[in-house]
Design a binder for this molecule. Structure first.
Ligand SMILES: C[S@@+](CC[C@H](N)C(=O)[O-])C[C@H]1O[C@@H](n2cnc3c(N)ncnc32)[C@H](O)[C@@H]1O
Length: 333
């Protein structure tokens, strides 16, 4: 009985920890801080020409001489240095990772003197003055992953002048039904008819249930894996962080009806996004746009044939916005 009580209490506290968003956020920050001490990540991000060029142009076009700027998650200091070169009076470059010591040295070597490096989590950062501009690249694989919304809205509330701007602030989020190229297709086991062995019974069997983890329906995919989209792309969600006050303002459930523009066998849904500084300075991570350092997320579904002019209906639920493992898509009849 005692053992059962202890086990019960343990399971309950484990469930509590899992549910608590504060604990989750803390755990996420620890993982994020460690990840960005790996220099490979910074090498990857700095070699992404689409990303770097768009940020350079976006900052040059929007940061004015004399501006006070905060760079949330400075990494190598890249965006802080772009802002300093655009004439910012002071840039507060904030990062919780030890890598900030390297950024400091890069600033010194390049003779950029007006950047103040602060090693802390943005949520603990108490700025000595309010900022005109908040720059960031807090963009995860599926857009929201790196606690982007929560971190930016927190700093906006505490550290940005009422006339201040977030750069970039506008995002379009796409979830497009796709056909994958031969050789890159990873259907569910019961949907796999390429082996000559009948696996279809697994659809109604529980045999593989213990072997599915919470990421089971999702795949991280590269642009070259996608053959084409069944539909003409349209964002399911567009948001502007300059106008949003709270993460609760962002819808998380969508009923989508789209016309099939190209016939084919649906393999899953491809998640990608567009990042907008303005209408001319922007980039996206569509598999059909120039390669960036972001992979795409595939939300797998059962395979299904669609013909030209058919309607494709799907429900999308983004349970916890920054955790794509909680997202689900289901295709209607
Ligand atoms: C995707 S990297 C971008 C780095 C750099 N801004 C760039 O564009 O190359 C995100 C950076 O934000 C930092 N970061 C993430 N969350 C943070 C937080 N809440 N407070 C401070 N730094 C954070 C990470 O340590 C990482 O260096």
């Amino acid at each position: 009985v005692f053992k059962q009580l202890v086990r019960g209490a343990f399971n309950q506290s484990k469930a509590f920890v899992k549910r608590s968003s504060m604990v989750q956020s803390l755990l996420y920050d620890i993982q994020n801080r460690t990840m960005f001490t790996d220099v490979k990540w910074h090498e990857r991000m700095l070699s992404d020409k689409v990303r770097v060029d768009t940020y350079r142009d976006g900052i040059a076009g929007n940061v004015k001489p004399g501006d006070v700027v905060i760079d949330l998650g400075t990494g190598t200091g890249l965006l802080a240095f772009f802002a300093a070169r655009s004439g910012a009076r002071t840039v507060y470059a904030v990062d919780h990772s030890d890598f900030i010591d390297v950024a400091k040295q890069i600033g010194e070597r390049n003779g950029i003197g007006n950047v103040v490096f602060v090693k802390t989590n943005s949520r603990d950062f108490a700025p000595p003055e309010k900022a005109d501009v908040l720059v960031h690249e807090q963009i995860g694989r599926a857009l929201f992953g790196e606690n982007m919304i929560e971190n930016l809205l927190d700093l906006k509330r505490r550290a940005l002048k009422p006339s201040g701007r977030i750069l970039p602030a506008r995002f379009d989020f796409y979830v497009e039904p796709m056909v994958k190229k031969e050789g890159y297709r990873v259907p569910f086991l019961w949907d796999n008819d390429a082996t000559g062995i009948d696996l279809s019974f697994l659809k109604s069997s529980t045999a593989i249930d213990p072997f599915k983890d919470k990421t089971y329906p999702y795949l991280s995919i590269k642009c070259l894996e996608v053959d084409y989209f069944l539909t003409d792309p349209e964002p399911v969600l567009s948001l502007d962080l300059d106008t949003i006050q709270s993460a609760a303002d962002i819808p998380t459930r969508f009923e989508v009806v789209r016309k099939v523009a190209r016939a084919g066998m649906l393999d899953g849904f491809c998640v990608y996004f567009r990042v907008r500084f303005d209408d001319t300075v922007n980039f996206d991570t569509s598999p059909f746009s120039p390669q960036t350092s972001w992979d795409n997320l595939e939300l797998r579904t059962e395979r299904r044939q669609y013909d030209l002019g058919d309607e494709i209906r799907y429900s999308l639920a983004l349970e916890v916005l920054h955790d794509s493992n909680t997202w689900s898509v289901s295709v209607g009849a």
